[in-house]
Design a binder for this molecule. Sequence first.
Ligand code: 4AD
Ligand code: MG
Length: 465
Amino acid sequence: MTEILSVSKVRQAEALGKNVLIRGWVRTKRDSKGFSFLELNDGSSFGNIQVIAQENLENYETEVKKLTAGSSIAVWGTVEKSPGAKQPTEVHATKIEIYGFAPDTYPLQKKRHTLEFLRTISHLRPRTNTFGAVARVRNRICASIHQFFQEEGFYYIHTPIITASDCEGAGEMFQVTTLNLQNLPLTDKGEPDYAQDFFGKPSFLTVSGQLAVENFACALGKVYTFGPTFRAENSNTSRHLAEFWMVEPEMAFFELPENMELVERFLKRIIGDVLRDCPEDMAFFNDHMDSEKTLVARLTKIVESTFQKCSYTQAISILEKADREFQFPVKWGIDLQSEHERYLTEVHFNGPVIVYDYPKDIKAFYMRLNDDGKTVRAMDVLVPGVGEIVGGSEREYRPEVLENRMLEMGLNPADYWWYLDLRRFGTVPHSGFGLGLERMVMLITSVQNIRDVIPFPRTPGSADF
Ligand code: 4AD
Ligand code: MG
């Protein structure tokens, strides 16, 4: 009997002696006298399976010998013990069928390619070691996110992608319209006539599902939303995307300390799951992506230690005492820049730190105002190498205070009537946070550019593929 097995399964000692059918893409071929070695990969694991093709195969001269990197094939054969020390098994082919040859114009010939070059062939880069590993780790992180919240009694809520409200109030939204831009209908005042637009008013791609998911938290208790979010911020950095994925839990009755406790357990759980379930991919990142080759040790330390906590005011005072000149001068009230975040996490705390109680003027309108009238109950999780990975807060649940904050920040409370209703009808303290999925993948893989941890990156001036 022939079993259809993945490369990952065939590489295990348990497969020895089986008759199998495996299918995948040729990574390399090496010819010897009377036979050829094929390295086959199907994406199910980092490592390949070695296939031995003898010259007695019917199509050996006509086809097998012509196989090149990138060709797709099916191999029938038996799993044998491999004499090589690297792997326990190899497959001795009894039949090879070719789905498609790849001519030598295939861009992924056996040599090292830069990540920048691979970005120009984003459609083929999943077939490389690096992107295969990134995709598998990213998948494991997402599974972990759902497992964690499901085990903790959270409900998964699908919040809308198209919205009329700006959650972060930063005006960085992509507009969605079906108005004819070649021939824009105008009002008497000369403004676009949104009454004629698809939704009868201006609408946008969401920057965050938070406002919508808060409504469900204030009914179901513990909920989360997890989906794509969009920001039209013109930041061409290695940490910003115009389209990224964010997971946002929201918990009724949670105050800031419980929010912090949850985020710490959540991040540790994800890292622990990946270290346990993706050892081969993680060994690759440790040895080939991390300049110091200490990635696994650093992640293990994060799982085992307690996150440091420090108020924004304390953070400013640490930065003021730092023995270095920052490009952006430090004083109370500034938004922390990447260089400040790096100093705090990489030099001062040497690990993740939760910074809380930020000045109200640099944070969103919905955060709970502290009694000092100057700061809000915000919390950002900063990590070495990446900087801000999570942004969260306790939410303002007093209707008058919230309305004042909206006015202060130039928002029209009437536009948020439904959000204010939550505070008018049975308001409760509640909290939540948002984890940027891609930043989490960067932390776990040591990949330095956010464009290389998402399948098809969207950044200013670039929406290819
Ligand atoms: O700090 P942010 O803007 O917070 C929110 O959106 C809140 N509504 C979350 C909440 O409380 N429910 O974004 C949260 C996280 C950041 O910490 C960062 O990891 C990621 O989302 N993020 C980005 N990732 C990639 N590219 C961008 N342009 C990002 N902007 C934010
Ligand atoms: Mg933030």
